[in-house]
Write a protein that binds this ligand. Structure first.
Ligand code: IMP
Length: 436
């Protein structure tokens, strides 16, 4: 089977756990967008793993691929590979020669650009993501393969410096000796990665042709997509399912299942519109119940009620087949639960998601209240959907009815084993597991 796992909200939906859960049924797991801005957490056999660059499937699948659409900090990647190997993981790692390199200079640029934006700042993760994609599209970017050629690397770093001198002139990189030092260390990191660097689109095609099952793991979420998200409060890459094609070189036509990951409530890090945001004491309560603090930055996440109109849109944009619902146990602990059913403008329902503060100004959300279900013990529920409290099942039923999609996976808590599979997805994954 060829499948994709994508976030349908603002990132942090719990894609890491879902990808890890599915990855023993897939031979190959592929990332195709973003970089160290992503923070995917996996809890398995009593240990917590945090992935930023290598796919979350690394613990269990045979091959993991970091596709050309990614932007990679080679220092961070080497550290991640080392800690992965130290924990006994032996999956084969392939890195696209054409993925772009995030240098320490790009991280400084990220912070400088935010300060120029001033009041309009995005609240980026400061991982150098935006500036690296800027260089890619300006055709001055450094590709992973360039790390192996010292002279070329030095020339490219000088070009980027000259292009962005205005922002960098007060930084340590205004000193040519510092730039040379950075070039040498980047070259060193590149040499450590040399054996992993491949034309991954060709390797991927060959794996496909050999009958391997492949899982694509999206980073961020649709509402952070550079084209379709809440621009400009978005990341600098496409986060939709279709982006896997340009970010890995594999055709979307062959993807048989798109699994959309939905957190039972909403969260968002950084600035920008958030229609169902919950502020004040209720917001704090939900944030603390869900421990909603960024994996990459530690920042408190903004939280809110589930936004069904937004999900109708993101389901369509990703051509989602089946939903994976996370954090149902967290939400049940709220004393009152609401769900955003419809967007109303001048008292009438609108069928689109307004994408700016101006357009959102007159929009009201029509909420429905749901009965809380209290504490769920994931170990007691096991993999039995019927063992969930009735109110929790009502919540799932509301989602299925309103979104016209089956919730095929329900994730409770952080542990891998606390995951319920349902419906068609359960059957096809069991068939797949029998083959792998
Ligand atoms: P950047 O990707 O670091 O440039 O950040 C741009 C926006 O996307 C900011 O609001 C970030 O908080 C958000 N963002 C980027 N990656 C993630 C993620 O993996 N999860 C949640 N938010 C993210």
């Amino acid at each position: 089977m060829i499948a994709a796992v994508l976030g349908l909200q603002f990132g942090d939906e719990g894609k890491g756990k879902i990808t890890d859960f599915l990855s023993d049924k897939f031979n190959v797991v592929v990332r195709f967008n973003g970089g160290g801005n992503a923070g995917h957490t996996v809890v398995a056999q009593g240990k917590t793993y945090k992935f930023h660059l290598v796919p979350s499937g690394s613990l269990r699948s045979e091959v993991v691929i970091l596709g050309n659409g990614m932007v990679i900090d080679p220092f961070a990647l080497n550290q991640e590979i080392e800690s992965l190997r130290a924990s006994g993981c032996s999956s084969k790692i392939l890195i696209s020669k054409m993925a772009h390199v995030v240098t320490p200079m790009h991280k400084i640029l990220d912070i400088k650009e935010e300060s120029v934006r001033s009041k309009m700042n995005i609240g980026t993760t400061a991982q150098g993501i935006g500036p690296t994609y800027e260089d890619k599209y300006a055709r001055t970017g450094i590709r992973m393969v360039d790390l192996l050629d010292y002279e070329l690397l030095r020339d490219k770093i000088e070009i980027i410096y000259r292009m962005k001198e205005n922002l960098l002139k007060d930084s340590e990189f205004s000193d040519v000796l510092k730039r040379e030092e950075m070039t040498r260390s980047l070259h060193g990191e590149g040499l450590k990665l040399a054996d992993f660097l491949k034309y991954t689109e060709i390797e991927l095609y060959e794996l496909y042709a050999a009958g391997k099952s492949i899982l694509f793991e999206g980073a961020q979420g649709t509402m952070l997509d550079i084209d379709f998200g809440m621009y400009p409060f978005v990341t600098s890459s496409n986060a939709l399912s279709g982006a896997l094609m340009m970010g890995s070189g594999f055709t979307f036509r062959k993807v048989q299942r798109v699994i959309g990951v939905v957190k039972a409530y909403m969260s968002r890090v950084g600035s920008g519109p958030f229609p169902t945001e919950l502020t004040g004491d209720d917001g704090k309560r939900l944030r603390d119940l869900g421990n909603e603090y960024g994996t990459t930055t530690g920042r408190p996440r903004r939280v809110g009620w589930l936004d069904l109109p937004m999900l109708r849109y993101t389901i369509r944009m990703n051509d989602v087949d089946v939903l994976a619902l996370t954090r149902l146990d967290t939400l049940g602990l709220m004393p009152e639960i609401k769900v955003g059913l419809r967007y109303l403008k001048d008292g009438r329902e609108i069928s689109y998601v307004p994408r700016s503060y101006q357009e959102l100004a007159g929009v009201k959300i029509d909420y429905i209240s749901m009965k809380p279900w209290g504490r769920i013990d994931p170990d007691e529920v096991g993999n039995d959907y019927e063992a969930l409290p009735k109110e929790a099942r009502d919540y799932v039923a509301l989602i299925e009815r309103e979104l016209k999609k089956t919730v095929g996976i329900i994730s409770l808590g952080e542990k891998r084993e606390n995951t319920i599979l349902r419906g068609d997805l359960k059957i096809s994954l069991e068939e797949l597991q029998a083959k792998t």
